[in-house]
Design a protein around this ligand. Structure first.
Ligand code: ARG
Length: 274
C-alpha cells in the first residue's frame, strides 16, 4: 500500500520532469515549429452555437452535461443509444442555443419519451442511436438526417464536421464552451484494420486522420457528424481519443433511416398559436 503510493508519487514526479523537459524543448523551438494542434473537442477550435443551431447538450435533470445530440425536428433529438439507455425521461434535459453551458441564454427542454433502437444490444448490429421526444418544441432550425440513398456522403475522404462540449484531450477535462473540428471519413477497410470485428461497417462509419490528433472524445457522444449539410453520424466510440491509427467511430445514420423516419414523422405536438 505505502509502496504503491510511493510508486505513484515517483511516477508523478517522472511525468512532471518529462513535462518540464517538453516545455523547454517547445519554448526553444517556438519560432520554427508550427503551433501544436489545439486541444479542443480534440484538435479543434472554438465554435459558436449560431453555426451549429441544431446541436444540443444532453444533461441530467439538474443540468450536468454528459452527451450531445442533434435537433432533427422541433421536438426530436437524435443522440446515441449509449447516452440514454436505462434512463427515464425525467432524468434528462436538453440545452439548446447556448455556446457556453455555464452561461445563461438559449432554451432548456424536458424529455417526454426515449426511443432506443431495438437492435442496440445486438453486437452484430450495434445500432447506437436513440431519439428523444421533447415536451416542448425548440425554436432552432433542425438538421436533416441522411437518407438511405445518401451513400455518396459516406465515401472515403469526405470532409466532415464534428462538434461538442466533450473532453479536449484523452483523459482531460470537458469543455464548458462548444468546440468543433474537421475530420475526413476513413474507408471501412481502414477502420476494420483499426478495430477488427468491433467495427460493424453496416452500422458504423469512422472519421479521423491517419496520424490522429483530431477527434471527438468522452462527452461528445450522441453529438453530430455532419457532411453535405446533413447529419450522417452520431458520436459513438473509439479507442482513446485522437490516437494515431484509431479513428473515431460514428453511427452510420443512413443505415437506420427507415427507423428514424418512423420516429421523426408526425409526432410533434402542435405548438400553441400564441
Ligand atoms: N463514448 C464516448 C462518449 O460517451 C465518445 C467517445 C468517442 N471517442 C472517439 N475516440 N471518437 O462521449
Amino acid at each position: 500500500m505505502a509502496q504503491a503510493r510511493r510508486l505513484a508519487r515517483l511516477i508523478g514526479i517522472a511525468a512532471a520532469v518529462v513535462a518540464a523537459g517538453a516545455a523547454t524543448v517547445s519554448a526553444a523551438q517556438a519560432d520554427q515549429a508550427p503551433p501544436a494542434v489545439q486541444p479542443f473537442v480534440v484538435g479543434g477550435e472554438a465554435a459558436d452555437i449560431a453555426d451549429f443551431p441544431y446541436i444540443v447538450a444532453l444533461t441530467t435533470a439538474d443540468g450536468f452535461p454528459f452527451c450531445g445530440g442533434s435537433i432533427a425536428a422541433p421536438t426530436k433529438i437524435v443522440t446515441a443509444a449509449h447516452c440514454v439507455q436505462g434512463s427515464e425521461p425525467g432524468e434528462l434535459a436538453i440545452v439548446s442555443g447556448r455556446t457556453d453551458l455555464t452561461a445563461a441564454g438559449g432554451v432548456t427542454a424536458e424529455v417526454a419519451s426515449i426511443w432506443v433502437h431495438p437492435e442496440y444490444d445486438n453486437p452484430a448490429v450495434k445500432a447506437d442511436v436513440a431519439v428523444l421526444t421533447l415536451s416542448t418544441p425548440l425554436p432552432a432550425t433542425p438538421i436533416p438526417v441522411a437518407a438511405a440513398a445518401d451513400t455518396a456522403l459516406y465515401a472515403e475522404g469526405t470532409p466532415t464536421t464534428i462538434a461538442g462540449w466533450g473532453r479536449t484531450s484523452e483523459g482531460g477535462p470537458a469543455s464548458d464552451t462548444l468546440r468543433k473540428a474537421a475530420v475526413p471519413l476513413t474507408s471501412d477497410a481502414t477502420c476494420a484494420t483499426a478495430y477488427g470485428p468491433d467495427f460493424v461497417p453496416a452500422s458504423m462509419v469512422c472519421a479521423g486522420l491517419p496520424e490522429g490528433g483530431v477527434d471527438t472524445c468522452q462527452g461528445d457522444s450522441g453529438g453530430p457528424l455532419v457532411a453535405g449539410g446533413k447529419l450522417i453520424g452520431v458520436v459513438s466510440w473509439g479507442e482513446g481519443c485522437a490516437r494515431p491509427g484509431k479513428p473515431g467511430v460514428y453511427t452510420r445514420l443512413n443505415a437506420f433511416s427507415a427507423d428514424l423516419d418512423a420516429q421523426l414523422v408526425g409526432q410533434e405536438p402542435v405548438p400553441p398559436v400564441r
